[in-house]
Ligand binder design. Sequence first.
Ligand code: PEP
Length: 248
Amino acid sequence: MRRPLVVGNWKMNGSRLGSVELSGSIAKNFSAGDRCIDCAVCPPDVFLADVAATLANSGVGLGAQNVSQYEEGAYTGDVSASMLAEFGCTYVLVGHSERRTCFGESSQQAAAKFVAAQGKGLIPILCVGETLAERQAGRAFEVVAEQLDAVVEAAGLSALVEAVVAYEPVWAIGTGEVASPVQAQEVMTFIRARLGEKAGAMRLLYGGSVSVENAAQLFEQRDIDGALVGGASLHPEQFMTICQMAEA
Ligand code: PEP
């Protein structure tokens, strides 16, 4: 049995006070029940300390949205894996499509970040997924395979299956256009098959316009173990409803 995981990616949104309020509301709600899922939020780095304090003893985990591939040194603006660990992070997103598209991050860089994160005890959430043009060209599996293979090459298969993979079709992120449960399951099946037997216990998340309207159907799919939630994670009641659906 794989334990469901729901992760909120706040992206570059909110304020210091807003982050404390949002995490406070999630913490209060989550800690009120006997939970059989894992849940985490990824605020902007500058709010990590405040959010860590608010989440303390709630059972809600903390994650970061990005990490440097380097350990330390002259890398202006970067934040290292050991810094994130020191601030209480358990998870870190690696290779989010916005990093790949807006910041030109390659699969090899994402793989180096994966290695750096795992080396400091963080659990990387490797984001993979195709653009609309790639899907229309029939290349969805090929693109996902290339993104996975880069990590297998850098970190090894055993390291990848100890982490979490989030399938996030780029055309579904922030667009309101969610992949159908069948489309999502198809790619999940592909990912598990590509990684082989060892991937049986690995958690696979779906991400891309997950909402209270579509989450339950997605979670019914055999290989979907939870969600990476962007927009809806900024609304505590929606995020908690999605968590409850993952639990059901
Ligand atoms: C994301 O940021 O990873 C994401 C899936 O965003 P949204 O849920 O808003 O599509």
